[in-house]
Design a protein around this ligand. Structure first.
Ligand SMILES: Cc1cc2nc3c(=O)[nH]c(=O)nc-3n(C[C@H](O)[C@H](O)[C@H](O)COP(=O)(O)O)c2cc1C
Length: 186
């Protein structure tokens, strides 16, 4: 199969990317609106950029009418966000929080999840998550119709650093996957 990504015809470049760049980690991002409403949504166009200082980036697309998604809006206003690691048992809740709710809706409440105070940032973290990264918004870039949120990780918490224990979910195409290691040698 061949794809001219500059002149797509008969295919969506999105489909090529999300099926070839796999698996992708999932940032389950929690934020706080200026009105005090908690927000939670998953993002798989996400990765670590460097470790000194520890920086990550989350790419948030816009709504169909061009408005920013709540995650981007909140992170820009409060200046921080939390990346919660979604483990396998939370799959159904991840799906619920990905629905397009209006800004006044608290996705923690809708999904039956518990927001708790983070250690260093204003955004809440998710109690049910086994690991989390607290991020200060280091930089915001508008790139075409996307909001790139660069986060400086200022605090992290984890039940374990063993992914066999954390069982983080990954994204493959439009579905989900689990991590199964096939070779422990470097
Ligand atoms: C596993 C998963 C990964 C997703 N990844 C992204 C992503 O990388 N970028 C994006 O803009 N939306 C992504 N979405 C869709 C958002 O979660 C969805 O638009 C959500 O409603 C945004 O919520 P918000 O308006 O509260 O920020 C993803 C959805 C799922 C289920």
């Amino acid at each position: 199969m061949l794809f001219d990504m500059e002149r797509p015809s008969g295919f969506e470049p999105y489909e090529v990317l999300v099926n070839l760049i796999v698996p992708r980690p999932i940032a389950w991002v929690s934020t706080l609106s200026p009105e005090g409403v908690y927000n939670l949504a998953p993002f798989s166009f996400f990765n670590a950029l460097c470790d000194e200082p520890p920086l990550v980036v989350v790419s948030v697309s816009r709504r169909e009418d061009g408005r920013k998604k709540d995650t981007a809006e909140n992170a820009l206003k409060t200046g921080d966000f939390v990346i919660n690691i979604a483990s396998e048992e939370l799959l159904e809740k991840v799906k619920i929080t990905s629905k397009d709710f209006p800004p006044e809706v608290d996705e923690f409440e809708v999904a039956g999840l518990t927001p708790v105070r983070a250690y260093k940032v204003k955004s809440p973290r998710l109690l049910e998550s086994r690991a989390w990264l607290e991020c200060e918004l280091f930089r915001h870039e508008e790139l075409f119709g996307y909001d790139l949120l660069y986060g400086r990780v200022v605090f992290a918490g984890a039940e374990s650093l063993d992914y066999g224990t954390l069982k983080p979910l990954g994204r493959v195409g439009g579905g989900f996957c689990r991590i199964i290691e096939i070779n422990q040698e470097p």
